[in-house]
Design a protein around this ligand. Sequence first.
Ligand code: ADP
Ligand code: MG
Length: 335
Amino acid sequence: MPTIRRLPELLINQIAAGEVVERPASVLKEVLENSLDAGSRAIEVQLQQGGVKQIRIADDGCGIDKDELGIALERHATSKIASLDDLECVATMGFRGEALASIASVARVTLTSRAQGSPHAWRIHAGETSPSPAALNSGTVVEVSDLYWNVPARRKFLKSEGTEFGHCDDAFRRIALARPEVAFQLQHNGRVSLRLATGDMRRRCGDILGEEFLEHARVIDVEAAGLRLSGFAALPAYARASRDAQYFFVNGRFVRDKLIQHALREAYADILHGSKHPAFTLFLELDPSGVDVNVHPAKTEVRFREARAIHQFVYHAVSRGLAATIGAVAATAPR
Ligand code: ADP
Ligand code: MG
């Protein structure tokens, strides 16, 4: 008979890491979301060797108290929810309290932070028991080095530096797109690759997708029955060969959702033919209780309580937005 035993904490975290920490880009996503949840207004990311060697992220958020630095690295430790009720109306990007513990189980992690009102900063290396004094003006610096140094099987699946950087760049853009009120900077191997000043949504979309996208895009802004859809949907002239310019956010969270994809395909069906894909940056806002984000650890999938209503709403908002300005095209298109 096989013996049943309890797995050690480190192994538990490494198993969980398999779900959340797929590659450097997934680490970047998690730490960026933490910086946003901390109320940061300016975030700087430095990557070395596609993020495999190091991901360093510095923010100006609320910081972490000296006594909580160690707890932040523990599994199921979070400041964001305390009860099931909180979970049902969660407004932060994180809430599972797993990311830092998972990351720290497959990489070397250091947290340096100065909590608001604290006379100076403290630093902890994951695995150590107590923090030591450090120098930092405000906010938090998270350093994640040597991803998968202790999991060779996983390290083998990492791609070239350029490919991993590309994924990091994608993750960075997805997050920055939804938060135009936050300034972002991305560096790779010591060189600035993207700098985003604060501004309005139009400016941020232009900075990330390019002015040409905006020139071809129609403004979408529709509100009804507690739902709001805003953003930009490009006309067929700007259609792409791939889905690289499709950004859909639910309450500020980038999601890939079959229902939404279907609604958008339908909305474009009359005006976009062939194998081209539409380009859009759309932001759906609804009461947090109307959407379950606790479906998948990476939270890119969601479940809507009123799925049909959401589908209808998105479909009508986009198809009307597109038709209103290209009446001539819509009129000649087959019904
Ligand atoms: P979650 O985000 O789900 O709460 P994490 O493991 O990502 O779980 O983070 C654990 C906790 O560490 C967070 O709840 C938060 O209190 C704290 N934390 C992490 N990163 C930061 C940061 N950049 N600024 C302030 N607090 C942070
Ligand atoms: Mg988190």
